[in-house]
Design a protein around this ligand. Structure first.
Ligand SMILES: [Zn+2]
Length: 246
């Protein structure tokens, strides 16, 4: 995934960042918690088409950005963002397309297709039901991905742990107990792979140093020389978490 510089729109109100993703099949728009508009495009997409796409979604963009500015995200989640049409799992370099198919059923059934297609079937007008379905799918995916990832890094750096648990806490990205049980935040899947790796290395190093002493950081740096940069990036990581997973 490459990060393009911020390109100013022709209109006065919209600044947006363009990100090219090799996995994207369609153009999708995303607005960060800070109100920054991000346009995710497939590889080789002609960026001259972007202003027209933005123009089509302008009223939605305005509405969401206004709402973000007011910082009233708790008040009315349906106004903050409509149902996501794509989900960017940056850690896995996957962009999932989400579609909603209303049926007479009262609940939601989630169908996971290969090629990163997610279909929600059922009472799809009920945002709370959809949100729970997305969350459930997401946490399941995180469990499938993060546990073996930690095992691989553990082998790589030669540091052992007892067991791993995947949870979805508000703040912590990871923790390690005195008995070397590691807990990882499912939302790590929204972060870049290098940042995730840093978190895994960090927690594994706590199996040797149960503190943040200079010796601890020395050990971290031995396994991840760029840890300071990655640590700084992790601090802003919660901006990558979409509203439905907050
Ligand atoms: Zn720590």
């Amino acid at each position: 995934m490459s990060q393009a510089p911020i390109v100013p729109d022709s209109g006065p109100a919209n600044d947006y960042a363009v990100r090219e993703s090799p996995r994207a099949k369609h153009v999708s728009l995303r607005i960060s918690a800070q109100g920054q508009l991000e346009v995710i495009v497939p590889r080789g997409f002609d960026c001259r088409n972007i202003p027209a796409i933005i123009a089509q979604k302008q009223s939605w963009i305005n509405r969401v950005q206004r709402k973000m500015a007011l910082r009233q995200s708790e008040a009315d989640p349906t106004l903050v963002s409509p149902f996501p049409d794509s989900i960017d799992l940056a850690a896995l370099d996957q962009i999932w397309q989400v579609s909603y198919r209303p049926t007479q059923a009262s609940g939601i059934k989630t169908i996971v297709h290969p090629n990163c297609q997610l279909v929600l079937l059922g009472d799809t007008k009920d945002w709370e039901l959809c949100r729970l379905a997305l969350k459930q799918w997401f946490v399941q995916t995180a469990k499938q991905q993060l546990a073996p990832w930690l095992a691989r890094i553990s082998d790589q750096v030669g540091l052992n742990y007892t067991r791993v648990t995947i949870r979805s806490p508000k703040t912590r990205w990871g923790s390690c107990s005195s008995t070397h049980n590691i807990s990882l935040n499912s939302k790590l899947l929204f972060l870049r792979p290098a940042v995730v790796r840093y978190v895994l290395v960090h927690e594994l190093c706590h199996t040797i140093h149960f503190n943040h002493s200079p010796e601890f950081w020395e050990l971290v740096s031995r396994h991840e020389s760029r840890y300071e940069t990655l640590k700084a990036e992790l601090k802003k990581g919660h901006y990558q978490v979409p509203h439905w997973m907050e």
